[in-house]
Design a protein around this ligand. Structure first.
Ligand code: DI6
Ligand code: FE
Length: 405
């Protein structure tokens, strides 16, 4: 049977940010089927290069589809009450120690069915999509039993079937110690290592394993056991590390070849060096920094000096970053962390994709998947400069225009 020709679509005269930098002159971009098939400087473009292609757009700024490489998008309930208490001066750690915080979301998430979790999570996912996200990582971590962690991961996978978006999933069993294991953190870590990781790997429900390495989370020794179990089952590694204190979690994760160490406000030079040597991406989460009114800045100058790639992500979660708007996070990365707009945008495209182990995403290059955004702006820096929803003219997912106005 003859193959039906794959659709060919052409964008003309776009200002192009390729995931790392802005190209020096306007470009023409050809997409064939699900992939980018051609890139030419506009002034060299000749129609014979793209015979039969439909012109899908002209002008504007084109970027890779955005990659949100760190979210806790699937959960039930919300924590507006806690937000108010924190404004009155109660700290995040105090609320956590008193059984609130993550554990309050655990109670709501355990009580929710998969369908209820899907219904609660879709509006958050849709908020990311209308702001240009084409790849999103979603963590578990509000179930903390075998069944509830797997339920969360199944919901995350299902979200990727319900919407035109690539979803990668991460098992974050070691997010908090559930009440039934109070006083027995090692016993809980055993459950994570011996039951959750093997089951998630066997069912293909997780792409990576994450830990919360922190005084109010899990110790480096416990995290190391989890990394070993992840390795054994062929899963990638990520870590929430150095968010509230410096326990050396990032360096530990780097020694295990982690894709990323995330938060890292308290990271020191030895940790930065370890990450540089391992090729571990630094994931910056300005939403959590902002919502917790943190003052300890991540070591941006050291990360630059050692050439550690910096990703920027939403950390979308009900406690520390109830923000589902990548363009706002790009702005916060610049205003709070003094990233340049170019760094913030690279952090939400090429480096975000690397933090997920998918370097083929987050780039505009011939042969790469055609996940693209066309914005009604004059210069890529405007994405980080102005907080202004509605500038996305087209969202292109796997070559198909999935959002246009
Ligand atoms: N660090 C975070 O910022 C999120 N998890 C973590 O380990 C917060 C999760 C929450 O408060 O619900
Ligand atoms: Fe997080």
């Amino acid at each position: 049977m003859p193959l039906s020709p794959r659709p060919r679509r052409l964008w003309r005269d776009v200002i192009l940010f390729d995931g790392l930098q802005q190209l020096p002159e306007p470009m023409a971009v050809l997409v064939e089927g699900e992939r980018i098939a051609g890139l030419w400087p506009e002034r060299e473009f000749d129609q014979s290069l793209a015979a039969g292609a439909e012109q899908a757009g002209r002008g504007g700024v084109m970027t890779p589809g955005l990659v949100d490489c760190h979210t806790h998008l699937v959960y039930a309930g919300n924590r507006a009450d806690e937000f108010e208490r924190r404004l009155e001066g109660v700290s995040y750690a105090e609320i956590a120690k008193a059984g609130g915080g993550i554990l309050s979301t655990v109670r709501a998430t355990r009580a929710a069915s998969a369908d209820e979790l899907i219904a609660a999570s879709l509006p958050r996912l849709d908020a990311l999509l209308v702001d240009g996200v084409t790849t999103v990582e979603i963590k578990s971590g509000y179930g903390l039993t075998l069944a509830d962690e797997l339920k969360m991961l199944r919901v995350a996978r299902r979200l990727g079937e319900l919407r035109p978006v690539r979803v990668t999933t991460t098992l974050l069993g070691a997010h908090a110690l559930p009440p039934e294991y109070a006083g027995d953190a090692d016993g809980y870590v055993r459950l994570v290592c011996e039951e959750m990781i093997p089951a998630a790997a066997a069912e293909g429900l997780a792409d990576a394993v994450d830990v919360f390495c922190e005084g109010i989370g899990f110790s480096p020794a416990q995290c190391e056991r989890i990394f070993q179990a992840a390795h054994k089952h062929g899963l990638a590694i990520k870590a929430h590390a150095e968010q509230l204190s410096n326990l050396g979690g990032s360096a530990l994760a780097a020694r295990y070849g982690a894709l990323s160490a995330d938060h890292i406000e308290y990271l020191d030079e030895a940790g930065v060096r370890a990450m540089a040597e391992a090729g571990t991406v630094a994931v910056l989460l300005p939403g959590a920094f902002h919502c917790l009114r943190e003052t300890q800045l991540p070591p941006i100058a050291l990360l630059r000096q050692y050439g550690v790639p910096m990703a920027v992500a939403s950390d979308a979660n009900p406690g520390t970053s109830p923000i589902c708007m990548p363009s706002l996070l790009a702005n916060l990365a610049c205003t709070l962390f003094r990233l340049t707009p170019r760094e913030a945008l690279a952090g939400m495209t090429a480096h975000g994709a690397r933090a997920l182990g998918h370097p083929e995403l987050g780039r505009i290059a011939v042969g790469a998947p055609a996940d693209l955004c066309l914005w009604d702006i004059q210069h890529p820096a405007e994405l980080a400069y102005a907080v202004q929803p509605g500038r996305l003219r087209q969202r292109i997912f796997a070559g198909a225009i999935t959002h246009a106005r």
